[in-house]
Design a protein around this ligand. Structure first.
Ligand code: MF3
Ligand code: CO
Ligand code: CO
Length: 277
């Protein structure tokens, strides 16, 4: 989501606004997260050179509707599609269209489904045919950044610890973390409190508490972190045209303070499997 301008709110205000969910919320999020993951699994064979992105979007929409769910993005703030497809230097919110995938592209596909009112929001990276080593390395760094961010969810940790874990790792790999978009609380609401930023200082931000649901969705650039939004009002690209990658999970904090990943792929396909060139 886009950063909102509530960063001047106090710690207490922000903490108070973060919903704490119960067992029925966890049940709802497990179903929604699983369907979102299955949708991204289903798309794997379609990510091939020459495939039109509108076709991918159409299949995603049919899949979601066939499973009794709703595509959360369709009609959201005027967005007209089920998925966002962001390739190469597109950071996020790429719009499916009559443009086709090309060999060597790295693409992020982001889907959000609503099942019984609960939102499952996930995205992952795909390679289109063989992909060069620079792009593969960026995808690896982004995937590991998400893993390390989620590993920071433990008793006593704060949202700042998640951002710090991601930022220190990504920057140690000579990549940069996008600042203009962030993760978000979710549940019955698509984009809820808090903003989950992918950078920060340890021990800052709200305390993670059992029952909190949110996304972690770092966007990582090979070059500088600055982005701009194109005149279509959606497509965000790197200002320096460097490659960008993203992956996203929806998660919940369990009673023991550890994390449950709602959008894990039931068949273990979340981790990008990209062919070398
Ligand atoms: N799924 C995106 C997210 O991770 C939101 C996309 S909003 C849309 O928050 F309208 F562009 F689809
Ligand atoms: Co999200
Ligand atoms: Co998303």
């Amino acid at each position: 989501m886009t950063m909102t301008d509530d960063n001047d709110l106090t710690f207490e205000t922000r903490t108070r606004d973060i919903k704490i969910h119960g067992p029925e919320g966890f049940e709802g999020m497990r179903k929604a997260g699983r369907l979102a993951a299955e949708c991204l699994d289903m798309l794997i064979p379609l990510v091939q050179p020459g495939v039109q992105t509108l076709e991918i979007d159409r299949l995603a929409r049919e899949f979601v509707l066939d499973h009794g769910a709703l595509p959360a993005c369709l009609g959201y703030k005027g967005y007209g599609h089920t998925v966002c497809i962001s390739r190469n230097h597109v950071v996020c919110h790429g719009i499916p269209g009559d443009w086709a995938l090309r060999e060597g592209d790295v693409v992020n596909i982001d889907v959000t489904v609503i099942v019984d009112g609960w939102h499952g929001d996930t995205s992952r990276m795909y390679g289109v045919g063989p992909v060069n080593a620079r792009a593969r390395r960026l995808v690896d760094v982004t995937y590991s950044g998400l893993e390390l961010g989620l590993a920071a969810v433990k008793p006593g940790a704060t949202f700042g610890d998640i951002g710090h874990a991601i930022q220190t790792y990504v920057e140690s790999q000579r990549c940069s973390v996008v600042r203009d978009f962030c993760g978000h609380g979710l549940g019955r609401v698509f984009h809820d409190e808090p903003n989950v930023v992918h950078f920060g200082r340890p021990g800052t931000g709200p305390l993670l508490k059992p029952g909190m649901f949110f996304t972690v969705e770092p966007m990582v650039n090979l070059g500088k972190p600055q982005v701009k939004v194109l005149s279509d009002g959606w497509t965000a690209v790197t200002r320096d045209k460097s490659l960008s990658a993203q992956c996203e999970h929806s998660v919940g904090v369990l009673e023991d303070g550890t994390v449950e990943v709602f959008t894990a792929s039931p068949t273990g396909l979340f981790k990008p499997q990209i062919q070398a060139d």
